[in-house]
Design a protein around this ligand. Structure first.
Ligand SMILES: NC(=O)c1ccc[n+]([C@@H]2O[C@H](COP(=O)([O-])OP(=O)(O)OC[C@H]3O[C@@H](n4cnc5c(N)ncnc54)[C@H](OP(=O)(O)O)[C@@H]3O)[C@@H](O)[C@H]2O)c1
Length: 285
């Protein structure tokens, strides 16, 4: 496929900020009609205003992709209004960065619904459309956390690992259909997701611009690549990938040392446990 997206329809979830917003603008600059999805309508309005300078029929839909009905409806509305769907970018996600002692069981469901199941629901709705068209691309924005789980990120990493496994299965199942499936694993990218962490992130290193992720998405579609990790040549990510393969125990130990659980956190959790509290019940005395 060429770099020109004239006449193509691209549906992007999580397009009100960060990687999704930049993706919407960059796809529109290349001629695509963009459907931008997220919850914050005022931000989407701004993104779509910029897209319309290039592709006037672009529009947005605001709602919660963690709801199956809405996730399916965004695909149907795209077809109703623009007649086709060429590229689906499953990008919406929330962060979940907190000690397990502070996490309620219910949070697992919302993380998995938004970060993982939403992409299953949009994909299931999109496949028949793409089969009818005879072509399509589904790009899932996962995370480097899917490859190795950082401390305090068990739920977030689980949601992204599920997305990765689902993508690999889809790649097998859709072989021969001319629907291409791809997976992008961003490392640290400079977006507002870092400001939404429940507990302060221990990572203080370099963060990369969202454009590199969008270029990876283009690369996946245009060169039919299955999996791309960005940034590609970051020494920290390269070392982590190497250790994951050859010395996974050492990698786990090193990551634990980079963000050790403070003794006070364990003591306080013990006190709450002794008082019969469930995990996550941190506000009660
Ligand atoms: N930034 C990084 O370092 C990094 C690293 C690895 C992976 N990633 C992945 O990259 C993707 C984009 O993240 P980002 O860094 O660009 O962060 P971001 O700016 O926080 O973007 C997240 C997007 O998802 C949307 N969203 C969240 N919950 C939603 C819901 N229930 N329904 C609909 N939309 C929802 C948000 O919009 P609303 O709040 O308006 O709904 C926002 O547009 C995510 O999948 C993230 O996991 C990011």
């Amino acid at each position: 496929m060429s770099r020109n997206y004239e006449g193509k329809v691209v549906l992007i979830t999580g397009a009100s900020s960060g990687i999704g917003a930049v993706a919407a603008r960059m796809f529109a600059e290349r001629g695509a009609q963009v459907v931008a999805v997220a919850r914050r309508a005022p931000l989407l309005e701004r993104v779509i205003a910029e897209c319309r300078a290039h592709s006037p029929s672009s529009f947005y839909l605001s709602g919660d992709v963690g709801e199956q009905e809405f996730a399916e409806r965004i695909v149907q509305t795209t077809i109703d209004r623009l007649g086709r769907l060429d590229v689906l970018v499953n990008n919406a996600a929330i962060s979940k960065h907190k000690h397990i002692y502070h996490t309620r069981a219910e949070e697992a469901e919302s993380v998995l619904r938004i970060n993982f199941l939403s992409s299953v629901w949009t994909t299931f709705a999109a496949i028949p459309v793409m089969l009818r068209q005879g072509w399509g691309a589904i790009v899932n924005v996962s995370s480097f956390a899917a490859k190795l789980t950082p401390p305090r990120e068990s739920l977030y990493a689980a949601s992204k690992a599920a997305m990765s496994a689902f993508s690999e299965g889809l790649w097998h199942d859709l072989a021969g259909s001319n629907i291409h499936v791809a997976l992008v694993h961003p490392g640290p990218i400079d977006t507002e997701i870092w400001l939404k962490e429940d507990e302060p992130p221990s990572y203080q290193g370099k963060k990369y611009p969202p454009e590199i992720v969008v270029n990876a998405i283009f690369d996946c579609i245009e060169r039919r690549r299955y999996e791309v990790t960005v940034p590609r040549r970051n020494p920290m990510l390269m070392t982590a990938r190497f250790l994951r393969l050859v010395l996974p125990g050492l990698l786990r130990w090193g990551m634990q040392r980079s963000d050790p659980v403070p003794r006070a956190v364990i003591e306080r959790a013990r006190e709450r446990a002794a008082a019969g509290k469930r995990l996550g019940e941190v506000d009660e005395p």
